[in-house]
Design a protein around this ligand. Structure first.
Ligand code: GLA
Length: 779
């Protein structure tokens, strides 16, 4: 809901939040409040008062000595009129000065969302949202700044963006232009960012804000695994379930920039948008420039409150098409099973084993095309490698379909290798500066997506492959950062990174939207491009090349602050893990992947009979509860024990919940565990039951002799044989209770501590875990 009230107040209302600003006497937009919903319309009391002049400040207009822009909370600032805080825009104006002053001209309110011209954005029907469009003008230069606010009532999200129009016959140069800016009247905040790198994406980092500017950005050409564009600002004592917190994100897959400043008067300024790094854009008369869309949310229910708003919003207003809000399939991906070393026989064998376990999709990863036998050749040549697949993709997909699995395929459309037909024919297609030796990443070049001819080539070859066989899933990969940024097809190299991103969106439109029945999963060496821009096209993203479940708790846990579990690809792989050498139980590898989009990525021939039985059990469980796991309300926990992590997903009608309890390093004789279930209906009766999982007897080593009537060698023939067919069942606890009791907590049995081992002992140990099923009892 959007209201325009007396005294020029705008009130943007969502279910639980109010966003208020007003037009001042000089036409600036003064930000008044963003936070808890305010029912009445008497807003004057909320305003920050200025009744004294501050020494050394600039008075905007000599007629009003108390009006200093530096000390006003603003909606969008300019340069050169007295606001010396971090600026959201830096323009070389048509009058050749950097001074700009945008003031209110007009506004209108429309139902629904307003799509951007070239960039992806959130979408909402007329009944879901309203949009406020405010025109501001710099009258001296005849330049218009239009601010868009779309208010999504149910999900407590407001989206913001800005458009600049140059009406002046002289050109205007944009050096920096943020999508949104928000000033808050207090400085007592922590800033949470999600940072990392390859195989360590989205680790949560929290810091106390202090005076000055903190920047969270990417300069790699994509949103990056270094700093995700999503950030959270929270009051100091904020917890997972209580405390005031603001979340921000950007619908953009290129270089992004978020800055948070605390000013000398303890005002907080937050902004997000395209990174001004190497950015330069000229606007001639009648031209315009639109920023990507930013999204903001607020909750007084802590980090879980912010995340739940984001999750609902992304599931309903970002992810679109046939797969939105649809249960996602269980995949087998052959990458960690085969890498580049496969042929049709091996693939079919893997698919047959996968089918027996209950898997639904077979995904053929890298290596199926051109001369792609390692990562030094072949990218760009999307014709089948006949040595590996003599019958082509058509024959393979038919065989896979006959087995009863759907067939999916990997592409890396934005890249080429020097050793490829494409590069030999079209060396001019790559991003490279003429006469300068190029630098490489993973032995490959980036294709110049600023060049329409390159995009046409990619669309033609990609769509050609999609038509050549029954391909129902595509993994769209992008495996390097951009360097030597240069395109001969653009007016100014300051446009490069943004034009590349727009070229990418053009490709995605022409490939993803043109193939609506294909499920797309994007990937960029794992989660190097996990952002809302990609999610407007691909409903899911491969979260990380790191499949170690303990690392994944941080990666998926970090991503969960910003993105729903329905967007995160999460696979079970072999142990010891290929990147960490960590030995983890099969149950934990599944239990972590189940809090995401489950897949398997290993050579199934390495699973013994008992493990295969366990995988069958896992997949059955996941299929039964995947709706709850993928789309339920998700909660993280604040746990005082540093070695425990819990997650729970609760079905929207509160009839079912799945709780995961993960132990990192085991402690000797740990204190009793009480586990509380969040999000239930307190008046309903539930059964709380452990999901029965098995443990390899090899895990006990020589300790096995303590419970056997005779002695055996821990690694001897008998143990090896028994281990093939038998796994020790973990203890199952079952309790009944109303939601209020379960919220207080269930006291669990003791963990294994060496004494009194029996069938009631919870067997966890290092990296152990359990899932609990909480289901409403029938009357
Ligand atoms: C990237 C992806 C992996 C795999 C390889 C194939 O690293 O993240 O999942 O597809 O490429 O080369």
């Amino acid at each position: 809901m959007i209201e325009f009230l007396q005294n020029n107040y705008f009130h943007l209302i969502t279910k639980n939040t109010s966003y208020i600003f007003k037009v001042t006497e000089f036409g600036h937009l003064e930000s008044i409040h963003y936070g808890d919903r305010i029912q009445n319309q008497l807003f004057e009391g909320l305003r920050r008062k200025t009744t004294a002049t501050v020494g050394s400040s600039i008075v905007y207009d000599a007629s009003r000595e108390l009006y200093c822009l530096d000390n006003i909370t603003l909606e969008y600032s300019g340069i050169g009129k007295g606001d010396f805080r971090h600026t959201p825009l830096e323009l070389l104006m048509p009058d050749h000065s950097f001074v700009c002053d945008f003031t209110y001209h007009s506004h209108k309110i429309v139902t629904g969302s307003v799509a951007l011209k070239e960039l992806p954005s959130a979408f909402g029907k007329d009944q879901d949202c309203e949009t406020l469009i405010i025109q501001l003008k710099d009258n001296i230069n005849d330049v218009t700044l239009v601010l868009y606010y779309t208010v999504y009532f149910e999900t407590n999200v407001i989206t913001r963006r800005a458009v600049l129009h140059n009406n002046n016959k002289n050109k205007l140069v944009i050096r920096k232009f943020m999508s949104m800016m928000l000033d808050l009247p207090s400085a007592d905040y922590n800033l949470i960012t999600f940072d990392g790198g390859w195989i360590k994406e989205a680790h949560k980092h929290m810091r106390e804000l202090s005076y000055g500017v903190y920047v969270n950005e990417s300069t790699t050409g994509s949103s990056s695994n270094r700093h995700n564009p999503g950030i959270i600002l929270s009051e100091k004592n904020t917890h997972e379930d209580y405390g005031k917190a603001y979340g921000f994100n950007l619908v953009y897959s290129g270089n992004h920039y978020e800055a948070v400043e605390i000013s000398n008067h303890d005002l907080v300024r937050v902004m997000t948008g395209i990174n001004p790094h190497c950015f330069y854009w000229e606007l001639n008369q009648w031209e315009q420039f639109e920023t990507p869309e930013a999204i903001m949310t607020y909750s007084k229910y802590g980090f879980n409150g912010v995340s739940q708003n984001f999750h609902d919003f992304i599931n309903h207003h970002i992810v679109r098409g046939e797969f939105a809000n649809k249960e996602r399939p269980v995949l087998i991906n052959n990458w960690e099973a085969n890498f580049f070393d496969f042929n049709q026989h091996k693939l079919v064998k893997l698919a047959k084993q996968a089918k027996k376990l209950g898997i639904e999709f077979f995904v053929l990863d890298d290596g199926w095309f051109g001369n792609r036998n390692n990562d030094k050749a072949g990218l760009g040549d999307y014709f089948v490698n006949k040595k590996k697949l003599p019958g082509g993709l058509d024959e393979l997909s038919k065989k896979i379909n006959k087995i009863g699995l759907k067939f999916g395929l990997w592409f890396e459309p934005e890249m080429t290798n020097e050793d490829s037909e494409l590069f030999r024919k079209h060396p001019e297609y790559v991003v490279k500066i003429p006469n300068r030796k190029a630098s490489f990443g993973r032995n490959q070049y980036v294709l110049d997506l600023c060049n329409p001819e390159v995009r046409d080539y990619i669309v033609k070859s990609f769509n050609g492959v999609l038509k050549s066989a029954n391909i129902e899933y595509v993994k769209w990969d992008m495996n390097r950062h951009i360097c030597d940024a240069y395109s001969s097809k653009i007016d100014h190299q300051g446009q490069f990174f943004h034009r590349y991103t727009m070229g990418l969106y053009d490709l995605l439109r022409r490939i993803v939207y043109e193939n609506p029945h294909v499920l797309f999963e994007s990937c960029s060496s794992g989660g190097n491009r996990f952002d809302l821009g990609m999610l407007c096209f691909t409903p899911q993203i491969w979260a990380s090349d790191d499949t170690d479940p303990i690392e994944r708790l941080s990666i998926q846990g970090g991503l969960s602050y910003l993105y729903p579990l329905s967007t995160m690809g999460a696979h079970v792989s072999l142990a010891p893990h290929q990147q960490t050498l960590r030995q983890t139980p099969l149950a934990t590898r599944f239990n972590v992947s189940a809090f995401g989009l489950l897949g398997y990525e290993l050579d199934l021939k390495y699973l013994n009979f008992a493990e295969k039985k366990e995988v069958i059990n896992q997949i059955c469980f996941y299929k039964k509860y995947r709706k709850t796991m993928q789309y339920g309300t998700f909660y993280r926990y604040n746990i005082s024990k540093s070695n425990m992590i819990n997650f729970v997903c609760v079905d929207p009608n509160k009839t079912c919940a799945i709780l995961g309890n993960f132990e990192l390093m085991a402690k000797a004789s740990p204190s009793n565990e009480i586990i509380s279930v969040k999000g239930l209906d307190e008046n309903e009766k539930y059964t709380f039951k452990t999901f029965l999982q098995g443990i390899s007897i090899k895990r006990f080593g020589v300790l096995i002799n303590h419970i056997l009537p005779f002695k055996i060698m821990p690694d001897g023939f008998i143990i090896r044989m028994v281990n093939q067919f038998y796994r020790l069942p973990n203890c199952v606890e079952t309790y009944s209770g109303f939601g209020d009791l379960l919220t207080v907590g269930i006291g669990l049995n003791n963990e294994f501590i060496g004494s009194n081992y029996n069938s009631d002992t919870r067997l966890l140990g290092d990296f152990g875990s359990s899932l609990y099923i909480i289901e409403k009892e029938n009357e």
